[in-house]
Design a protein around this ligand. Structure first.
Ligand code: PSU
Ligand code: MN
Length: 301
């Protein structure tokens, strides 16, 4: 068996105790060293503080791990040779003994496969600006369109085409609700300005929607709980707009495409906001992981 569920996670799932899946790409490719390793540990701690069990997902030496021990977490934070693995990369990594961090698409799949229902991350991948020429749409969306998992996120990165991403989520039958907001969050920003049709106010309400999914038992699809970063912790919107425009121009000039696009833009934003985008990013992720854990607790009752 090349999917290995950590003992603690397996036991929690067998007992119906709350478990929250966490992705590893954000650690290995989305955040600068050495902060990334601290964050990996902190996120696991945030889950535990709410009484849930964290299950960080990654592929190491051809084995898909759901739940990582401390040595493996450290490897995710420090091994620069790790690949970035979407769902489609999983068979290739397993078959070839490769190692890599999992994106939302690969993490959502592996978590659901292990029986985990709640997954918390920063921002989803989505439709890239310029998609009409590049056809660049994250594989996250297709997997969420066929996986029954609740994903807590701060929306999608503002580096993307947000309205087009929301449209694709609709087409793919992914349920989307704002958490205590009537607008879709803007990742670094509290609001993207785009409206959401549904608003949920408490973890118990989210759990009730998940029970609704099970009662219907229709074709599998995700529930996206879009949880905005607090206004006091968001990136200054004017700074955001200015640096983002520069970042997109720089990516274009450097000929960055494919999997490299998201990490390039994220790094550019961190460097050109003197780390302010990183702080907003971390505030968003922390908030999502805490909420994910509270949802997992409500769901387990
Ligand atoms: N959001 C972040 N940081 C990240 C990512 C998203 O704040 O590092 C990662 C996630 O793992 C997401 C992936 O699944 O980027 C999407 O990459 P792509 O656009 O290549 O599918
Ligand atoms: Mn892409």
């Amino acid at each position: 068996m090349s999917i290995l569920v950590a003992d603690e996670v397996r036991t929690a799932l067998a007992e119906g105790a709350p478990v929250v899946a966490l992705e590893s790409t954000i650690i290995s490719h989305g955040l600068p060293e050495p902060r990334n390793l601290e964050v990996a540990r902190e996120l696991e701690r945030v889950v535990r503080e709410q009484g849930a069990v964290p299950a960080t997902v990654a592929v190491l030496d051809g084995v898909a791990h759901v739940g990582l021990d401390e040595a493996r977490i450290e490897r995710i934070g420090t091994d620069r040779s790790l690949r970035k693995l979407g769902y489609r990369d999983l068979p290739l990594a397993l078959g070839s003994g490769a190692s890599g961090a999992t994106t939302v698409s690969a993490t959502a799949f592996l978590a659901a496969r292990a029986g985990i229902r709640v997954f918390a991350t920063g921002g989803l991948g989505g439709v890239h600006r310029g998609w009409i020429e590049t056809w660049d749409e994250s594989a996250d969306l297709a997997v969420l369109g066929r996986t029954r998992i609740t994903v807590v996120c701060a929306g999608v990165k503002s580096i993307l085409d947000v309205p087009a991403t929301l449209q694709r989520l609709e087409t793919l039958n992914v349920s989307v609700a704002g958490y205590r907001t009537t607008t879709f969050p803007g990742f670094y920003l509290t609001s993207s300005g785009e409206p959401v049709d549904w608003t949920l106010e408490a973890p118990e309400e989210v759990a009730a929607v998940m029970r609704g999914q099970d009662a219907l038992d229709g074709p599998a699809a995700a529930l996206v709980v879009a949880n905005p970063v607090a206004e006091t912790e968001q990136l200054d919107p004017a700074l955001h707009d200015r640096v983002l425009a520069d970042a997109l121009a720089a990516a274009d000039a450097a000929g960055i495409t494919g999997q490299a696009t998201t990490p390039f833009l994220l790094r550019y934003l961190v460097e050109h906001t003197e780390g302010a985008s990183l702080e907003a990013n971390l505030a968003a992720v922390r908030g999502n992981v805490g909420l994910g854990a509270r949802i997992a607790v409500a769901w387990s009752r």
